[in-house]
Design a protein around this ligand. Structure first.
Ligand code: NAD
Length: 293
């Protein structure tokens, strides 16, 4: 099986490297970023998204958002111009489910299959090959691609038809954003009440309030370390997709809307490129206290 990989940013680069390490024959392309390091590992290069599609049986994309995926797949010199019947496109970006369906329909008209397969876990898990991968699409394409996805993730789950992967990712991003906000609000209260936040963390992390989010983000907050990780601006993108998707379905999402406004305030404060644990900075500003060791 020959694989073309498009989008070699924070996530795509280590994911592509893991496929090479696993022995797959890979061709890589990124419209803006350099990728000499991946070519040095033995990957072939392509000169456009169209060429990646023409030369490979499977095409994987890992791009920022819906407009980038639509441009790379449906746009001029895009994947769709090089695709042919029987090929499979797997988009692993986190985008709007409606955009996944639109891309899937266009590829289907050319006889190609499409899976939306966004990931959770961030750069460390992309490097380790232990991402959680949530997939939307048909069973046959999923079965064909599962061994490939398992080289990038430790959990690979087919959740439904095309678009379901990104619906699942939006649910994931709502839970993560609201969890960080709840942790932030609680720890700011504890700090202002004069209780050592390190001891609060030790006391509650093993109880019902404990979470993977708490374990990952509280140590960063206590150190005042907001180096991404997952950039605040990417979470703005995900919550915008969540709000748009929810409103199109007549689903009110009041807590998501509230945290979205928190993220907007962080953006105004120049924190768009900080880790999303910077949500605590919003609460710290309101209460005039910092949660630190
Ligand atoms: P990134 O911005 O680092 O990388 C995206 C790459 O796509 C860039 O190198 C860019 O040059 C390339 N690109 C953009 N438009 C292109 C086009 N038309 N053709 C070819 N290449 C193009 O982003 P990232 O952090 O790697 O994230 C990728 C996706 O994964 C996003 O949807 C993000 O929300 C999701 N995600 C990120 C993380 C994380 O921690 N960074 C975690 C989980 C999911």
């Amino acid at each position: 099986m020959t694989i073309g990989f498009i989008g070699l940013g924070i996530m795509g680069r280590p994911m592509a490297k893991n496929l090479i390490k696993a022995g797959y024959k890979l061709a890589v392309y990124d419209k803006y970023a350099k990728f000499d390091d991946i070519v040095a590992l033995g990957a072939a290069t392509a000169s456009s998204n169209k060429e990646v599609a023409a030369q490979n049986e499977v095409i994987i994309t890992m791009l920022p958002n819906s407009p980038h995926v639509k441009e790379a797949i449906l746009g001029s010199d895009g994947v769709i111009e090089g695709i042919s019947a029987g090929k499979i496109v797997v988009d692993m970006s986190s985008i709007a489910p409606a955009a996944s369906r639109e891309v899937g329909e266009a590829l289907k008209a050319r006889g190609a299959a499409f899976l939306d397969a966004p990931v959770s876990g961030g750069e460390p898990k992309a490097i380790d090959g232990t991402l959680a991968i949530m997939v939307g699409g048909d069973q046959k394409s999923f079965d064909t691609l599962k061994p490939v996805l398992e080289k990038m993730g430790s959990s690979v789950t087919l959740v439904g038809d095309i678009g379901s992967g990104n619906v699942t990712k939006l649910a994931n991003q709502i839970v993560v954003a609201l969890n960080i906000a709840a942790v932030s609000e609680a720890f700011v209260l504890a700090a202002k009440a004069g209780v050592d936040p390190v001891k609060v963390f030790d006391a509650i992390k093993g109880g019902l309030a404990g979470s993977t989010v708490m374990n990952a983000k509280v140590p960063m907050i206590l150190d005042g370390n907001f180096k991404p990780g997952f950039r605040t601006e990417l979470h703005v993108k995900d919550l915008q997709n969540a709000l748009d998707t929810a409103h199109a379905l007549n689903v009110p999402v009041p807590l998501t809307a509230a945290v979205m406004e928190t993220l907007q305030a962080l953006t105004v404060d120049g924190l768009a490129a900080s880790d999303h644990s910077a949500i605590v900075r919003y609460y710290e500003k309101l209460a005039k206290i910092e949660v630190r060791r």
